[in-house]
Ligand binder design. Sequence first.
Ligand code: AMP
Ligand code: GLY
Length: 423
Amino acid sequence: MINVLILGSGGREHAFAWKISKSSSCNKLFIAPGNAGTNDVGTNVDIEINDFNSIKKFVLINEVEIVLVGPEEPLVNGIYDFFQNDDELKNIALIGPSKQGAQLEGSKKFAKEFMFRHNIPTAKYKAFTKENLKDSSKFLESLSPPYVLKADGLAAGKGVLIINDIKEAKKELKKMICDGKFGKASSTVVIEEFLEGTELSVFALTDGISYKILPSAKDYKRIGEGDTGLNTGGMGAISPVPFADRFYIEKVEREIIKPTIKGLIKDNIRYSGFIFFGLINVKGQPKVIEYNVRMGDPETEVILPRISSDFLNLLKGINDGTFSERDLEISTEVAATVMLVSGGYPSNYEKDKLILGTDKVDKSIIFHAGTKFDDGLKTNGGRVLALTSLAENLNLALKASYDSAKQISFNKKYYRTDIGFDL
Ligand code: AMP
Ligand code: GLY
């Protein structure tokens, strides 16, 4: 029986906590800082995810054996190395890559160089800073519109610009590099070829040597119906992705997943944890748009409910050399999740709205994202609740989630009504 600590506070972390709490090997489950939902399946702990010293104290006092890191930030800040370099912590399994491995998400340039070094299909690119800015016009002119400009560093999901007009692209590039449009994150900018196709996400869990492929998923990033308007963290997701059949996933494995794991080994990059392959399907050819070094949110809310084997058991194998022998069973059921958000999100929105009706929902699993318990269940973020349903087909799963969405109310509740309809 083991004690587990999950870092994070969103729907992804509630889904992890929900799944791990069902494991027969789970003793105590802690979530820092968590939300109102995680506290129902475990115990919330008031620690900030980048406060490594407080995490250390907590882990030692509470005899935690597995630490699962939800978001990328602590990973990019080196939480794995912090554990490895500490005699008291180094035997604790921290699920996540080293600081260097986390650069696959923390630096677009690092990720691009990695992909080119290991022949992993991706868009052609060039990286620019103040030093070579004068060469950028020539490169932009060699591409056809639209132009994709990416801040190199973490920019809270906002650092990618897709611009049709070349003059505008040149102007924005200058703003990014010279005027700090995205702060330090855009002092280096990756310009890349625009790829046309359908996006999907594939996930793997690795101990650094072997890997297991998790179910595929597709998320819906824009706030508006028909995928219009501002980018959000994700307004809904489905799993599996209908066109990503066994043959397609085998292609992804052969051309992308295997070369990535081999590349990490070859480059001597310590990596145990999740790899999120953000892919685009260009006329049947999968290409990597981005790597993330964590699970997706809300993809986790449709992937974990489809895993029928003991997930904690699998995680245990990462630290004791038995990962490759452990089971990962995936149900044939289809999952859909619909995100209820606060009106105004992803721009300004209000919090502290009373949430009613969650007790009436019986067809869906409710994963809390931005919620808190304060004299009743209240909203505490832009994305509030993810309503996940499992069914024998996508239509039934979506119908169940939409029925549940109607049963829940809070002031200025908003959700997209077209999740999954394009498929
Ligand atoms: P990223 O943060 O790299 O995932 O980019 C954010 C979003 O921009 C992606 O989910 C895509 O929708 C879009 N995008 C990024 N790179 C490209 C590209 N090379 N071609 C087309 N769309 C892209
Ligand atoms: N849903 C996309 C992400 O987690 O980055």
